[in-house]
Write a protein that binds this ligand. Structure first.
Ligand code: NCD
Length: 316
């Protein structure tokens, strides 16, 4: 299979057969990882740089592990943007990376569009690991893989994406992927945390969580992203107190009972327990697939690195 792109910057615009093929390949990496084997010849001699301008534990380590399991030389670069001009840093960094002959560049940045800017300036294949409020494509792929493995399909499922949709790149990538693959997507959020254009995304919009959860196959919770509220200029008042938020938009066993009896609970992490999700559901092995999402993350990133490195080898 091949992607029609040299980079993985966003899910929007990806063709459903490419998404399906990517998930199939990731599926084979799940089995490889579970068998304890590696495939270190695939990326031998290739250099992967993890360039993170924003904090991350899960995503960075997941890419690191994925790269190492395929035999790449992996380098982690964390860059603080607090005291420097962001645009200048980005272009300087691009020049440095080109000089280092990096093959695969994984980028997380607080500004939407930063990975795509870098992709125009570097020779490496760029993978977006989360840019501002724009997209987080590998998260949507790992979420889809988790759902597909548990439910056997994506088509026709009702997926309720709940919480701080406004600031969530995870939500945006998931909306594009799930609607492309034929799922019915519902967005559930208070009006202050719902994007104004939500109705144009081919989804159903709910401001009442109980109504939004009714009959859902998948309940995908999102973190309340307070850091993006304060940085976007006086928008800290977008959410009431945490207790109040939890009462109306936090997932507990009682609200989950409105979804289908076999509904799965998901969360990309890090979780704010007691704010958007109660521990009783987050830790319930019968309903929660949150740990499985992490496992799928490594497999999906191996598949992405595999495909992009093959693709770019062809273009060499
Ligand atoms: C997400 C992110 O960074 O966008 N987390 C992640 O990738 N593990 C979601 C979040 O931060 O809430």
């Amino acid at each position: 299979m091949s992607l029609h792109h040299r980079h993985l910057l966003q899910i929007e615009g990806m063709h459903p057969p490419d998404i399906g093929a990517m998930l199939d390949l990731a599926e084979s990496y799940v089995l490889l990882n579970r068998s304890g084997k590696t495939q270190r010849d695939l990326l031998r001699g290739r250099t992967l740089i993890n360039l993170f301008f924003e904090d991350s534990t899960r995503t960075r380590t997941s890419f690191e592990l994925a790269g190492k399991r395929l035999g790449a030389d992996v380098i982690n670069m964390s860059v603080s943007t607090s005291s420097v001009n962001k645009g200048e840093t980005l272009l300087d960094t691009a020049a440095t990376l080109n000089a280092m002959h990096c093959d695969l560049l994984v980028v997380r940045h607080g500004e939407s569009g930063a990975p795509s800017l870098l992709a125009q300036k570097v020779d490496a294949a760029v993978i977006n690991a989360g840019d501002g409020t724009h997209e987080h494509p590998t998260q949507a792929l790992l979420d889809a893989l988790t759902i597909r493995r548990r439910k056997g399909r994506l088509e026709g499922l009702t997926v309720a994406i709940c919480g701080d949709v406004l600031h969530s790149r995870v939500a945006r990538s998931n909306i594009h992927l799930l609607t492309a693959m034929g799922s019915r997507v519902r967005l559930v959020a208070p009006p202050t945390l719902m994007p104004s254009q939500a109705g144009r995304l081919g989804v159903e919009v709910f401001h009442d969580m109980r109504a939004g959860l009714e009959g859902a196959d998948i309940v995908m919770m999102l973190r309340v992203q307070r850091e993006r509220m304060s940085s976007s200029g006086g928008r800290i008042g977008l959410v009431p107190s945490e207790r109040e938020y939890f009462r109306f938009f936090g997932l507990d066993a009682e609200k989950l009972a409105l979804a289908r009896p076999d509904a799965l609970v998901m969360h990309p992490g890090p979780m704010n327990r007691g704010v958007e999700i109660a521990s009783e559901v987050a830790d319930d092995p019968a309903r929660s697939v949150i740990k499985e999402q992490v496992e799928m993350g490594v497999a999906v990133r191996m598949a992405v690195l595999d495909i992009l490195s093959r693709q770019n080898r062809r273009n060499d």
